[in-house]
Design a protein around this ligand. Structure first.
Ligand code: BGP
Length: 462
């Protein structure tokens, strides 16, 4: 069978500033730079965001590699802690302005549409220390100022803006669990931060509308569907809770213009309702996005809670238990990563049926391979990730079917372009089209990169 995608379909990759640029020329530190400096032991092999793939100096060669893979689009992020010299006024740093202009110009000159995100987990250290980051409503204004600076500087060349990538992740990582700084484990604070992130998003969208630029603005959400053991009422309820807390918490306010009533009830019942001004709620629910980005990696498996909840503060797991599907298909290169291509179809159907069929793209799809750089290498020296090609195909077949059934999807970006540094996992899990040799900084194409090159050129695969 031949799977043909709609004309003008976006093909490319996603990455982020903090995971690729390196620290050279950077005006300020982000919480990742400072957390690593203070606690290197929290990071896999004690490798931090200091020496990553060094896009800051290698961007020209890298854009040539993108073009070599026939990308017509690419997402990265502008780092708040690089672009802005003065966080209170939003005044930019001259060197950062030069760098981002040069990088964007290079993409555009090579026929690659830049999609630019403003926040990829990277709160400036100074704002975390002074105000508690998004714990404070003040920082939502400073974010809007940063956004204004970025839109004003680059808004005539960037046509696709994204306010936040996976906004729920810093909430989970930093305020429910402990895989992002500041590791506070406080349900009420988590709800406050989530609300303030939505407020920051809405303020940035407002600024963008006021500037009346010729482009679009959206948000990227990780919409992991929840699947149950069986059709029992209890399990179905558990899945509905997981969906409410992890997906609808951001999706409903930002796309459907409403905070789910059930969510507010849960927050009240658990004494986690944040303090909010009516005007801020209205700003969030009246703001509208032009497109949605969706990240998908693995399905969530939940069941009704069977054991007692033991944490002394609120987390979503109060309402369900995660479990490993005994009949699941698993990624042999990464423990406990279930493979479920069908989830792509389910996500698409949900957006089509419940979210006004808003225009969306698959902003990250990634097949993780642990320690891949030590894995199967072919005689020509190329990493043999044909496993990844097979899985990409299976997921894309589901997307193709969804489009045939009316999904309003305009593109696919793989996570990621060149193996990049990934938060506390550092370089453990690899995802790139290109293998990065950490010692030398050299980039080597993998089998999947060769396959994608034809896909992006022909807009189809068999
Ligand atoms: C997404 C993030 C990316 C990237 C990816 C892989 O959630 O948007 O920034 O990190 O996941 O993550 P990991 O390396 O943790 O598997």
């Amino acid at each position: 069978t031949r799977y043909q995608f709609p004309d003008g379909f976006f093909w490319g990759a996603a990455a982020s500033g903090p995971q690729t640029e390196g620290v050279e020329g950077k005006a300020h530190r982000s919480i990742w730079d400072s957390w690593f400096a203070e606690h290197p032991e929290r990071f896999y092999q004690q490798m931090g965001p200091q020496k990553v793939c060094e896009t800051y100096t290698k961007y020209k060669d890298d854009v040539a590699l993108m073009k070599g893979l026939n990308f017509n689009s690419f997402r990265t992020s502008i780092q708040w802690s690089r672009l802005i010299a003065d966080f209170e006024t939003g005044e930019p740093d001259a060197d950062a302005v030069r760098f981002y202009h040069a990088y964007l110009d290079e993409m555009i000159a090579n026929g690659i549409e830049p999609m630019i995100n403003l926040y990829h987990f990277d709160m400036p250290e100074a704002l975390q220390k002074k105000y508690g980051g998004f714990e404070s409503a003040k920082v939502t204004d400073l974010f809007a100022r940063f956004a204004q600076t970025a839109f004003t500087l680059f808004g005539h060349k960037v046509k696709y803006w994204i306010t936040f990538n996976e906004p729920i992740v810093p909430v989970e990582g930093g305020y429910l669990y402990d895989f992002h700084y500041p590791c506070k484990k406080d349900g009420k604070l988590a709800a406050q931060v989530a609300f303030n992130i939505m407020l920051a998003h809405a303020k940035a969208v407002q600024v963008y509308r006021q500037l009346a630029l010729d482009g679009e603005i959206g948000v990227v959400l990780n919409l992991t569907p929840s699947y149950t053991r069986n059709d029992s009422v209890e399990d179905k309820k558990a899945a509905a809770y997981a969906d409410l807390l992890f997906n609808r918490s951001f999706l409903d306010p930002l796309v459907k213009h409403q905070f789910p009533k059930e969510l507010c009830e849960i927050l009240v019942a658990n004494k986690c309702l944040p303090e909010v001004a009516k005007a801020d709620v209205d700003l969030i629910t009246s703001s509208h996005i032009d497109f949605l980005g969706v990240n998908y990696y693995v399905p969530r498996r939940v069941k009704a809670r069977e054991s007692a909840y033991t944490l002394d503060y609120f987390t979503p797991e109060f309402y369900f238990e995660n479990y490993v599907n005994p009949h699941g298909r698993f990624n042999p290169y990464r423990d406990n990563n279930e493979i479920l291509p069908q989830a792509i179809y389910d996500i698409a159907a949900n957006i089509r049926d419940n979210y006004g069929n808003i225009k969306w793209y698959l902003a990250e799809i990634g097949i993780a391979m642990d320690l891949e750089s030590e894995g199967p290498v072919q005689a020509d020296g190329m990493i043999d990730d044909s496993f990844r090609i097979g899985l990409m195909k299976e997921h894309l077949i589901q997307l193709h079917r969804a489009i045939a059934d009316g999904a309003n999807c305009f593109g696919v970006h793989q996570w990621t372009f060149i193996d990049n540094w990934s938060w506390i996992n550092s370089f453990k899990r690899r995802y790139g089209f290109y293998r990065l040799d950490i010692e030398t900084g050299e980039r080597h194409i993998k089998r999947n990169g060769v396959w994608f090159k034809t896909l992006a050129q022909t807009n189809q695969f068999t």
